[in-house]
Write a protein that binds this ligand. Structure first.
Ligand code: NDP
Length: 454
């Protein structure tokens, strides 16, 4: 049997045992197919059944989460924690509160996290969790009661050297605070069992900014390798949450101009450059839809989702030099990338997890004049800085913003270098999908072999 047939066999088996998990299957297909050159070179991974083991979470917990809403009604949701891989450190990965969060989505995210966390060079394993709960439109009291109920089960799993969740879509500083309070109450421990904490109670400076800043650092590295930079580049961003906001902020530092942001209601085109302070107020404080943005920025245009062409994400119609998808999975498809490319875009740097479909990735990799930064490398700055928060907590230390940001920048340079060098080692220079997947996989796979069959 050829290596390709072996890998296809493993993929076939995933489909057989997880038939209703197309998003997880998509993530597994992207990773496993890019590992073929490594498997052709090294027989040990097949011998130790690393693929068969690495695609299966070490532990998956599903639990009921019930809270009382403001009207006095009991509301019931699914809670999840997928503890995917602990070969190189405690499980680590965010919690997503969104109506679409289910086992398929959380398995895809946990699986991606294995390779991402490995690439950071830190000792962090992989996990992901969340609930099909929508924080949008809920009062603070409802959010707090939901978070407390969620933690009533989650605390059984987590701990500073066991499993360390953080935020993701729908989970920011407020939610982490309510969950940490309940964790403390239930365990009588003040430890680093969660990251993304408030600054006065164990959080790290620059954690909030880290994913967006890291994504821009990564884009700058990709361009520098080609002798170019971000100066003067018009950049399109999707999303308007944590990752999108701090991507926009850092782009200005590099002399680039972020011209779009989006949310689930539509997108903003601000040709004078996105007003980051206004965006922060609308999204972090007032928590309102993007339509509000144009009330204060008269020259900006809001296009509602209802005006999008069928099967398209309208934000990608805006001509730009570089795009930073920073909202959610599969938000950039083949038609979107064809439009972007036709309008002159020559770089995509993924802030969100798996925002590009497999067809869009294939298109980008086929263009010699295109730079593509895959999520597990480009958005690893968030989890890397969570790793730095864990280190500060363990040493009872608080590092300055500059110190953490400097370490973050170094980590992003390291991730780019190791991904690029690995692409060269395997004869496909500049293919960072292959480079990041193989580099991330090797470290975890070797650790699994060292630790025996567990
Ligand atoms: P936030 O909840 O802060 O923001 C998410 C943004 O994306 C919002 O603007 C939201 O709009 C929009 N969005 C979410 N789902 C959809 C959808 N189905 N259609 C259209 N718009 C949508 O999340 P983050 O910024 O933290 O996360 C964004 C992405 O980055 C996710 O893929 C996440 O996994 C990834 N990521 C985040 C990290 C972090 O540190 N936060 C680390 C690494 C990756 P609306 O508010 O209207 O729903």
């Amino acid at each position: 049997m050829s290596t390709k047939e072996y890998v296809n066999g493993v993929l076939h088996n995933i489909k057989r045992i997880s038939p209703r998990q197309p998003i997880f299957f998509q993530a597994a297909t992207e990773v496993l197919t890019s590992l073929v050159p490594l498997f052709e070179r090294e027989g040990k991974y097949e011998k130790h059944s690393i693929l068969e083991r690495i695609i299966m979470p070490e532990r998956t917990t599903i639990f009921r989460t019930t809270y009382i809403n403001d009207a006095g009604k009991a509301c019931v949701h699914f809670g999840y924690r997928v503890e995917f891989n602990s070969a190189i450190g405690p499980y680590k990965g965010g919690l997503r509160f969104h109506p679409t969060a289910n086992l398929d989505v959380l398995k895809f995210l946990g699986f991606e996290q294995i390779f991402k966390n490995s690439l950071t060079g830190l000792n962090i394993g992989a996990g992901k969790g969340g609930a099909n709960f929508d924080p949008k439109g809920k009062s603070d009291g409802e959010i707090m009661r939901f978070c407390q109920s969620f933690m009533n089960e989650l605390f059984k799993l987590i701990g500073d050297v066991k499993d360390v969740p953080a935020g993701d879509i729908g989970v920011g500083g407020r939610e982490i605070g309510y969950m940490f309070g309940q964790y403390k109450k239930l365990t009588n421990r003040f430890d680093g069992a969660l990251t993304g904490k408030g600054l006065s109670w164990g959080g790290s400076l620059a954690r909030t900014e880290a994913t967006g800043y890291g994504s821009v650092y990564f884009a700058a590295e990709m361009l520098a390798k080609k002798g170019a930079d971000l100066e003067g580049k018009k950049c399109s961003i999707s999303g308007s949450g944590n990752v999108a906001i701090y991507t926009a902020e850092k782009l200005y530092d590099f002399g680039a101009l972020p011209i779009t942001v989006s949310d689930s209601t539509g997108y903003i085109y601000d040709k004078e450059g996105v007003d980051v302070a206004l965006l922060k107020r609308l999204k972090e404080v007032e928590r309102v839809g993007l339509k509000e943005y144009v009330k204060e920025r008269k020259n900006a245009v809001f296009t509602p989702v209802s005006a999008y062409e069928e099967g398209r994400n309208g934000v990608w119609d805006v001509p730009c030099d570089a795009a930073f998808p920073s909202a959610t999975q599969n938000e950039l498809n083949l038609e979107d990338i064809t439009t972007l490319y036709g309008n002159g875009c020559r770089l995509v740097c993924e802030g969100a997890n798996m925002p590009s479909t497999l067809e869009a990735i294939e298109f980008m990799l086929s263009k010699k004049d295109f730079l593509f930064g895959p999520a597990k490398a480009a958005n690893a700055g968030g989890v890397a800085t969570s790793g730095l928060e864990m280190a500060q907590n363990a040493g009872m230390a608080s590092w300055s913003f500059e110190e953490v940001d400097g370490k973050l920048h170094d980590i992003m340079r390291h991730i780019f270098k190791v991904s690029y060098d690995t692409s060269v080692e395997f004869g496909d220079e500049g293919n960072l999908v292959l480079g990041a997947n193989i580099a991330g996989f090797r470290k975890v796979a070797d650790a699994m072999i060292d630790q025996g069959y567990v």
